[in-house]
Design a protein around this ligand. Sequence first.
Ligand SMILES: *Cc1c(COP(=O)(O)O)cnc(C)c1O
Length: 481
Amino acid sequence: MSAAPDSPGAQANPFRLLPKVDGLLADPRWESQRERLGDAVLGDMIRSVLESWRERITSEGWDWEQTQAALAGERLALEVRALLDVEARRGVRHAINVSGVVLNTGLGRAPVHHAVAQRMAQVAGGFCVLEVDRETGRRNQRDARLGELLSRLTGAEAGIAVNNNAAAVLLLMHAFAKGREAIVSRGELVEIGGSFRIPEVLESAGARLVAVGATNRTRLADYRQAIVQTTGLLLKVHTSNYRVIGFTEEVDPKELASLGREHSIPSAWDLGSGRIEARGANSLDRIGGETEVREAVASGVDVVTFSGDKLLGAPQAGLLVGTREAIARLRNCPMYRALRLDKVGLAGLEATLELLLEGRGDELPARRMLLMGGAETKRLCDEAKVELSDLPGITVRVVASHSEPGSGSAPTVTLPGYCLQVDIPGLSPQRAATALRLATPPVFARVQEDSLWLDLRTLLPGELADLRRALAQVLDAHLGT
Ligand SMILES: *Cc1c(COP(=O)(O)O)cnc(C)c1O
């Protein structure tokens, strides 16, 4: 049979050099992780490391000595440790955005105002007045207040909220076009990130899509000709993440709305971002091509849908505003119960809309970032440069650059300003960016023109110390190797 592990030889079985799972599980070096993760999870990690070693020994054809050499220096333990580190980094957590993309879907889109975050935390961590009348103690509607706030901000008669704008569009289809036709322009059959495509949403809601016009041109007559007895909805979709330019024509929503009224067919407009302007706040009109919600409502369409966490700067939500009758129909649709907003989102949304109504819109972080002028980004960079330049092994320069609104909001708009260009000798910008993402807290920078750029437009006040801490970790690891 095979030789004992302590008597190596050419014939000795190198696999016997690999420790047993139980022995590794009991290693005191990861006692605390074992307690947290449990034996099953840690055991699986250990087994995967051992399995990769078995594969290496086989594929390399290592004998006893070669395997022993490969395992030297606690290699196997280091690999278990690396897996534990990966595990510890997983999950949703705070990150620093210096990518310059304000509404960055990967980074959670709009950060909410700190007062909004506080209200959300309070509601999440305790009981709250959600669906109960404080005077009578009777059950009421959770979004009555929200409807009022939305009316005041957009001029619509009524409004409700669901989980996100994709859900808003889905609800719209269910309530108005299930088992019926929805007429949409061929130029507006949008795909929003991955699996959300207007034709597929329509189909999943049991509606039949009637695409009219051509990709670049659609006229009112195209909609008119497509109307049949069973038409349920005339839908207009904002082409958020692309533009059709050149020889183009799209239908004026006012005309679409009056065509609908003429035939008693509801009309709707999915705005995507949904720009809301409010008293006392700077206008977002320079985020080009984004229709103001109030204007969309005034066009006369029955329902307007938009996102909470795009230009509005609120928590994730889908807002539907429109006529009292249309909103009542949406509320009575069984899908509404499945898609409606939770208490935390609702509290955050109300708080955000209240800030807008109080004339404090410019305090909303996403708006502030979008509207930040070049001079202010320059000032932030100059201050941060002083703060970061004394880190060892780093060169920081302030350079002119552009940020982006992001999330398919205004794809053709860039926001001019300044950035920090960081050079770490001996570390490529790609590797530096990766190391920053893996730091604590994780930092998302951008690599551009073969250097590392930190765009401070998207850095929140008070985060510079965290950014410095993450950079210091990267430099420590780099200079230490
Ligand atoms: C972003 C967007 C959506 C989806 O909104 P979410 O809030 O991301 O679900 C739908 N329609 C349009 C036109 C959009 O721009």
